[in-house]
Design a protein around this ligand. Structure first.
Ligand code: MGD
Ligand code: MGD
Ligand code: MO
Length: 774
């Protein structure tokens, strides 16, 4: 068993993922967070039919789960919320904002749960207590004095339940804007914008049942051992029954190599493990598009050969004829495509493309899953299209055991979008909302995350309200985002824990502390549950079990309802009535959205219900009424290519990713043990040959700067070089430390997602280290 490391070190990890290491870290987390004894039982209620939905990730739960689904990072998320540490008014009295700014994100997180509503006092540079009532009035007065509702932006991070999110979007639309920047804009937007064009719905088409039936699983750009640990349990089962699993990832992530399931007594006692992926394909960053196109091209060639030899077709000709549109143009484009261009762009050999094609065409039931490795590039929407094309070629959509499986991040990010957190709402949704609530919703599109920052910088957006999240650290171009938020007249954060977004504030600023998902939410004497939708469109209810962290917390739903009441009054809508009984909100959702019929009854069933996804049933809600094949060319004029022309081999493409001990911007601890990093975060993973080519050694310190064409210098300094198995020309480092390197306008086509996985950078010897040495 590996030892506990406290000092900073780099020590390659040779064990399977999971196992006793995971159990040990669970214990460490409970102790570190000083989780009260009584709250341990909470962990056993996680993802149980009568318990709460884990706030960790959006991976679905097994229906009627009878055993405690063990998840180290789920425990971290729960322990972080159930911590006994508190950020009280006395804490704020003792610390100015300036002194807190000097602390790291890790230190800020460690202070614990926020207990009371606070308002910024410029004279003392401190947050001071404010009553809830005054806080709501302050927000209302700012909002009501804006000359245009579009001067306010309403952010959502994907943890809020459907009830809070629905009331939020209703309030904001009645107020008069569609300005809903949300975490999706930085996350799976390429999926949400890409899939409607091919299959008609921006969601995945599979359920856990399909996962059990699949014979082939292609895992693109995802690190489940860290980010969706419960997915590893499903992959382990798949591997044991003989399914072929392929990891397509520049890194060989440990969890996809071997996994010891802490729930398997045998594996734990014998210290054995299960092999997960049988094949690892390591494209260069952003190379997936060309790789997938290569597999599609080869699949077509195999079909041509089969026809010529009178063998069984490789393509699903019936599916293509009956269900799709645009196949001929797509096939023409594949035939014209030059092989060498694909190989160069993918960064893998022709043999690898052949291997992946053979696996793909041998599969009778293929599921492709994907995460941020696919969605955070310039051509991410095109890659999502190409992946749909590939699955459609063999009818792998809308069939048992097969389909598209985007794996979402935040536990309710998909539900938030379903109930209306969307800056580009459909006219149909607005019509129904307007009709149900007797008002004329704003029709013009609102601002997404990047546009919100830009509009703040230009002085157009003056009020920011955040329902959860840590906007300033999650967004790109950190110094510019800081300027943007500081130019606001009012910033409001509805949050559970202290984070840097509270410290980068507007002239007026509020911190509104809220109940977490694990806490008992009583309204009007009745415990309330909130509903969430996971990555596979299962909607279910979640009840908190723990005593609230403070008597002075309000639920997210109640806070939003009170802001609405203070701002708009309750003539048209009984906002506070909604807050007093969440059943009423669910009735309202039912009245506006299809698929929520008998919402309150159906969520009372254990496991909840599946929200219909039309593409899963081969109903295609596209412009052609069919699933569309969409051809795309390899992009030739990209920021990375332009930067390469200027700097040759010196130019590196940087991906920003998560360590094992963080939840997005929340830093729980400083290890990334599966990648062998301990006690530190400022590291950069580089191929050993590149380290030498650049004239460095592993263990040297370097600064990074972005190659961009707007004259702005973007730097992140002092990263330790770690030699790593990563394709040449590609490097990796953690977010949020690297967000200063991501230009605000470096975004994906169509989806406008920051290109967090492909930033052109140069490395130079660390100035600070050189000064120290001199
Ligand atoms: N414990 C924990 N759980 C989480 C989170 C967390 O921070 N901590 N965050 C939540 C959220 S919001 C999200 S969105 C998800 C994120 O979960 P993931 O989608 O796993 O996100 P990342 O950690 O950014 O890792 C992306 C993976 O993609 C690979 N990759 C990078 N670039 C490329 C590429 O060009 N091609 C391919 N094929 N692969 C590439 C990286 O090597 C890495 O393995 O997890 C959710 N769950
Ligand atoms: N460079 C780079 N940037 C990225 C990414 C990347 O891979 N690379 N990933 C992007 C992705 S995928 C995402 S989703 C975003 C994440 O962006 P966000 O969702 O904005 O960030 P989080 O770190 O998840 O938010 C953490 C904060 O949420 C609050 N919080 C926690 N639980 C609750 C709750 O139950 N209710 C409420 N109201 N508040 C709560 C706490 O105060 C905590 O500090 O970051 C994006 N930014
Ligand atoms: Mo995310």
């Amino acid at each position: 068993m590996e030892k506990l490391k406290s000092k900073a070190s780099i020590e390659p990890y040779h064990h399977a993922a999971g196992g006793w290491g995971a159990v040990k870290y669970v214990a460490i987390n409970l102790i570190k967070e000083k989780v009260a004894g009584g709250n341990y039982r909470t962990l056993f209620k996680q993802n149980q039919p009568e318990g709460f939905d884990c706030p960790g990730c959006a991976w679905p739960d097994r229906e009627h789960a009878s055993t405690f689904e063990f998840c180290e990072n789920g425990v971290k998320a729960v322990a972080a919320e159930a911590t006994t540490k508190r950020v009280t008014p006395a804490f704020f009295e003792a610390n100015t904002v300036a002194t807190l700014m000097a602390q790291s994100d890790y230190e800020l997180e460690q202070h614990g749960r926020l207990t009371d509503p606070m308002v910024y006092d410029a004279q003392t540079d401190k947050y001071v207590p404010i009553s809830w009532d005054h806080a709501f009035k302050l927000i209302a007065s700012h909002l009501n004095k804006l000359d245009n509702p579009a001067r306010a932006a309403f952010y959502t991070s994907g943890r809020a339940g459907n009830e809070a999110a629905f009331v939020y979007q209703l309030f904001v639309r009645m107020f008069g804007t569609n300005n809903f920047p949300d975490c999706s804009n930085m996350c799976h937007e390429a999926t949400s914008r890409g899939l409607p064009a091919t299959v008609g719905v921006g969601k995945g088409t599979v359920t856990l049942h399909d996962f059990e039936q699949a014979d082939t699983l292609l895992i693109f750009g995802q690190n489940p051992a860290t980010n969706h640990p419960r997915m590893l349990g499903e992959l382990r089962e798949a591997s044991k029954r003989g399914a072929v699993i392929v990891s397509i990832n520049p890194l060989r992530e440990r969890g996809l190599e071997r996994f010891t399931d802490p729930q398997s007594m045998l594996e734990m006692l014998t210290m054995s493990s299960t092999k997960i992926a049988s094949t690892f394909i390591q494209p260069k960053l952003g190379g997936d598009f060309a790789l997938i196109k290569g597999v599609a091209k080869r699949t077509l060639e195999l079909d041509d050969e089969a026809i010529a030899q009178g063998r069984e077709r490789v393509l699903d000709a019936d599916f293509i004829a009956q269900h799709t549109h645009g196949f001929d143009a797509f096939a023409d484009d594949l035939r014209m495509q030059d092989w060498q261009e694909l190989i160069d762009e993918a960064g893998v050999s022709r043999e690898h493309i052949e291997t992946l094609t053979r696996i793909y065409v041998n599969g009778k039931r293929v599921i492709a899953t994907w995460g941020m490795g696919i969605t955070q590039h310039k051509h991410s929407v095109q890659t999502v299209h190409m992946l749909s094309n590939l699955l459609m070629m063999r009818g792998n959509i809308g069939r048992e055991g097969a389909g598209l499986c985007p794996v979402r991040g935040h536990s309710n990010v998909q539900g938030n979008r379903t109930v209306g957190i969307e800056e580009q709402p459909s006219q149909e949704f607005l019509d129904r909302l307007g009709k149900a609530f007797n008002f004329e919703p704003p029709r013009e599109h609102g601002l997404d995350v990047v546009e919100t920052v830009q509009e703040m910088l230009e002085g157009h957006v003056k009020v920011f309200i955040g329902l959860g999240g840590n906007f300033v650290m999650a967004t790109p171009d950190t110094p510019r985002t800081f300027d943007a938020l500081r130019s606001c007249d009012l910033t409001v954060h509805i949050t559970t824990k202290l984070n840097r977004s509270h410290l980068i504030h507007g002239k007026d600023a509020l911190i509104l502390p809220t109940l977490g998902r694990t806490e008992i939410d009583v309204q009007n004497g009745v415990p309330q549950g909130v509903t969430v939708e996971d990555s596979m469109s299962m909607v279910h209810i979640s009840y908190g079990m723990n005593k609230p962290a403070s008597k002075n917390l309000m639920s997210e739903t109640a806070i939003v309802a009170n802001i609405a009441h203070a701002t708009l009054g309750s003539d048209k809508i009984d906002w506070l009535g909604y807050a007093s009984d969440y059943d009423r909100i669910r009735d309202a959702i039912e009245s506006v959205l299809d698929g929520f019929e008998n919402y309150n009854e159906r969520i009372a069933q254990p496991g909840g219900f599946h929200l219909r996804v039309a593409s899963r049933e081969r109903e295609w809600l596209t412009d052609t009424g069919k699933a569309n094949f969409i051809p795309h060319k390899v992009q030739r004029d990209t920021p990375i290519r332009r930067a390469k022309q200027l700097h040759g081999d010196q130019l590196m493409t940087l991906m920003t990713t998560r360590s094992h001990d963080q939840y997005n911007t929340t830093i729980y601890a400083l290890d990334d043990r599966y990648r062998g990093v301990f006690g530190q975060r400022r590291v950069v993973f580089i191929n050993p040959e590149d380290i030498e080519m650049l004239g460095f050694k592993a263990g040297d310190w370097v600064d990074m700067s972005t190659v961009w064409d707007d004259g702005i210098e973007r730097r992140a300094n002092r990263f330790l070089i770690v030699a790593y198995d990563i394709p040449r020309g590609c490097i990796g480092a953690y977010y949020p430390e690297t967000n200063p390197l991501v230009p605000l306008h470096s975004t994906g086509d169509i989806c406008n997602t920051p290109t967090s996985k492909s930033i052109p950078v140069l490395l130079t010897r660390s100035q600070e280290e050189m000064a120290l040495a001199a």
